[in-house]
Design a protein around this ligand. Structure first.
Ligand SMILES: [Zn+2]
Length: 334
């Protein structure tokens, strides 16, 4: 039988929605109801859906943060007509003027020359404010994440998600096959501007770090393949759920995530936090199984190895070294 929300839970949610003053749950309410119901947003959404009720979440202007999904729903009351308006974040960003107008009022504002003239100076000011607003929101977000309780909260949410059988069983099996599919890998290759992607011995890599790890494993005669097991679900710092696929499986039971430099720079603090959220989710998932989960930092490792596999990876990728060279010069066995 499908798990659903109880009548009193529905009542609670509907009252919260009225309290929020919007037709979607803004982030403040999303946090509050997750806490109160002791359920993740995803669980709430699914259980409501099982009763035919659709709840959505959205973001107030003040809740926008750096790195928010372009598909996030931003909601506000129109400054001109006062009617609630919802817009995708990507659409909002494409606007020239950030004046909290609904679609209709915005078009009037942009096309009405009288208004245009009158508001021009004001509009410019607003456009300038836009980066200020962003900066302010970003700082608020950073502050929030610095709070260890908030961090712990999301970590636990992520963990609880996996304890929920209904949830873990429902994960799409389709995506599992993706990495096995050369067409998929090729489409990733086309879509992304990543420089170093390709196949080594039929194993797809999407960075020199990954290739250097593959080479290292071949050199050590280890069994390595692309991660092809179930997706690992985790909830990010903002309560948004994602699927995560580690990079490789080595010797059948060691699940490996490769980390290195990104775009020539070291990882940002955001990345560090995300890595730890993913790590937590993976470790929880593989707890009491035969699998181990390990993150390997290529640049720390490079110093310890007899061969600089990173340098080698570059040569292999560029075709300057082939399989024969690897055997004869470096002692690889294939
Ligand atoms: Zn309006």
């Amino acid at each position: 039988m499908k798990v659903t929300l109880s009548d009193s839970q529905i009542d609670y949610l509907n009252n919260k929605l009225i309290e929020s003053g919007y037709s979607v749950f803004t982030q403040k309410f999303v946090f509050e109801i997750q806490e109160y119901l002791q359920l993740s947003w995803l669980q709430i959404k699914r259980r409501a859906l099982n009763r035919g009720i659709i709840y959505k979440q959205g973001f107030l202007y003040s809740e926008i943060y750096e790195g928010i999904s372009s598909k996030a729903i931003i909601c506000f009351k129109c400054n001109a007509c006062q009617i609630e308006y919802k817009i995708l974040y990507s659409k909002l960003l494409s606007r020239n003027y950030d004046n909290k107008y609904c679609g209709k009022c915005y078009i009037k504002f942009v096309t009405n020359s009288e208004v245009w003239k009158k508001k021009n100076s004001e509009a410019q000011k607003i456009a300038q404010n836009r980066s200020d607003v962003k900066e302010k929101n970003r700082n608020a977000q950073i502050k929030r994440h610095q709070n260890p309780e908030v961090k712990e909260h999301y970590r636990n949410l992520g963990k609880n998600l996996w304890k929920n059988k209904e949830y873990s069983n429902n994960i799409s099996k389709k995506i599992l096959l993706k990495w096995k599919n050369k067409d998929y890998a090729d489409s990733v290759l086309k879509k992304n501007k990543w420089l170093y992607q390709g196949y080594f011995e039929n194993i797809f890599y999407q960075s020199l770090c990954e290739l250097s790890f593959i080479l290292n494993m071949f050199y050590e005669k280890r069994n390595i393949k692309r991660y092809d097991a179930e997706a690992i679900s985790y909830v990010d710092q903002n309560g948004i759920e994602h699927s995560y696929y580690p990079d490789f499986i080595v010797d059948h039971f060691n699940i490996i995530e490769i980390k290195g430099k990104k775009n020539g720079t070291y990882m940002s603090t955001d990345d560090v936090e995300l890595i730890s959220l993913k790590k937590d989710a993976a470790e929880t998932k593989f707890l009491n199984t035969l699998y181990n989960y390990r993150i390997i930092y290529i640049f720390e490792q490079t110093k310890l190895l007899p061969i600089n596999f990173y340098k080698l990876a570059k040569k292999v990728h560029n075709g300057k070294i082939n399989k024969e060279n690897l055997s004869s010069t470096y002692g690889f066995c294939f």
